[in-house]
Design a protein around this ligand. Structure first.
Ligand SMILES: Cc1ncc(COP(=O)(O)O)c(C=O)c1O
Length: 403
């Protein structure tokens, strides 16, 4: 019998990643203090995290985790529907529902699992999931797991969503979009999408992993910022691992939907519940995020500083009023070289390799950064851009390209 061997398979895949500058490496964080990270033996100022409000090391959040662990131990010991549903989980669900002004909420192990859960439990063969082209990978994977038709529309194009829905009749449809896009930091056109979904009888699901805590009144996220409620958006995803600084996710919205998910979503039913101590810590983080408006105000000040300076320095900024600021670089190798140059200067900035020729540097701002640190970052980015351009001059336009 001839079968492809697994070693040859993975070696071929590795070579492709290498040839296309797509290798991924883990960096070892030895310790950290605020936004100062000690990485692979170097101290770097971190601009690549999602700790937008600076809550991940907040002493009240960390003490809640310690108290919770002292009382409840390290783990939940079972899924929610067995013996793993604890009072701390329920208290967190109630707190998030109250914050977002929705009737019900359900705690899941992670945002990735939550997206698999929602789409797998709602959709099947003959149904459609209509998605923004720049949605997070977990939404795409959720639709694949559901076995429904996956239809994608151009980024932030509500009319494109309408066209896709019109082309699919006869089955149920979900329109799924990031609320605040994790790659570029821009907002989805939620008001238009809500109209499209209503007219087409589709369910609008908003993955607001990056928006909750950051935008909207009381940090309630992009749905609230758009003036929408749980009737227009029956379900949304809240990440506990980004602005809230912990780990896990909460699905928030309509009661019947949440109850359906709790009984039928396989990633919920068949997975161990989040450690109750973590739920306890997230409850404290939610209260801080909700009440401490100064964190969002501080963040807005840093965003304005970054955009003004980056604009003056001639960096190619993509539109965003959020703590995610993307600078378009172009070729993958140029973005990687800029990131390496920034690291030599003491800054950690991630690279997003989107479509070919569209690589970006993704800057994640946090309320813990200082204005002076942001000034230093922009100066270092401009220097990195100039050095990388000087090292690889653009081709002489008088010399014809090889055929
Ligand atoms: C938009 C979006 N949804 C979901 C996820 C997955 O969330 P988690 O990291 O909790 O699995 C992410 C993670 O980056 C994300 O950006």
């Amino acid at each position: 019998m001839s079968r492809p061997g697994w070693r040859q398979r993975i070696e071929a895949a590795r070579l492709v990643r290498e040839a296309t500058s797509r290798r991924r490496v883990r960096r070892l964080v030895e310790r950290r203090r605020g936004m100062r990270f000690f990485v692979d033996g170097r101290e770097l100022l971190n601009f690549s995290s999602n700790d937008y409000l600076g809550l991940s090391q907040h002493f009240t959040v960390a003490s809640a985790l310690q108290d919770g662990a002292a009382r409840e131990g390290a783990g939940a010991t079972a899924p929610h529907l067995e013996c793993g549903h604890h009072a701390a989980h329920q208290a967190l669900e109630r707190e998030v529902a109250d914050w977002l002004q929705v009737p019900a909420a359900l705690l899941l192990g992670s945002g990735y699992l939550a997206n698999l859960a929602v789409l797998q439990s709602l959709l099947g063969e003959g149904d459609a999931c209509v998605q923004d082209r720049l949605n997070h990978a977990s939404l795409v994977d959720g639709a694949r797991l559901a076995g429904c038709k996956l239809r994608r529309y151009p980024h932030a194009d509500a009319e494109g969503a309408l066209r896709q829905l019109r082309a699919h009749t006869g089955g149920m449809a979900v329109v799924a979009t990031d609320g605040l896009f994790g790659m570029d930091g821009d907002l989805a056109p939620l008001r238009q999408l809500a109209v499209v979904a209503r007219v087409q009888g589709a369910l609008l699901y908003v993955d607001d992993a990056h928006g909750v805590g950051v935008v909207g009144p009381e940090g309630r996220g992009s749905v609230a910022a758009a003036g929408l409620d749980h009737v227009a958006v029956p379900l949304q995803l809240v990440s506990l691992g980004k602005a809230l600084g912990g780990y896990g996710a909460v699905l928030a919205g309509d009661t019947a939907l949440v109850e359906h998910l709790a009984e039928t979503a396989r990633p919920y039913v068949h997975s161990t519940a989040l450690p109750p101590a973590l739920a306890h810590a997230s409850l404290v983080a939610v209260r801080q995020a909700r009440s401490q408006e100064w964190r969002r105000e501080r963040l807005q000040g840093l965003i304005a500083t970054f955009r003004a300076l980056a604009g003056t320095a001639g960096l190619d900024l993509l539109p965003s009023d959020s703590p995610i600021q993307a600078v378009l670089v172009g070729a993958d190798h140029a973005a990687l070289a800029m990131s390496a140059d920034l690291e030599d200067a003491g800054y950690w900035v991630g690279v997003v390799r989107a479509a070919p020729g569209q690589a970006r540097l993704r800057v994640g701002l946090s309320a813990l950064h200082t204005p002076a640190e942001v000034v230093g970052l922009v100066e270092a980015m401009a220097r990195a851009r100039d050095r990388v351009a000087a090292a690889s001059p653009s081709p002489d336009p008088t010399i014809p390209e090889p055929a």
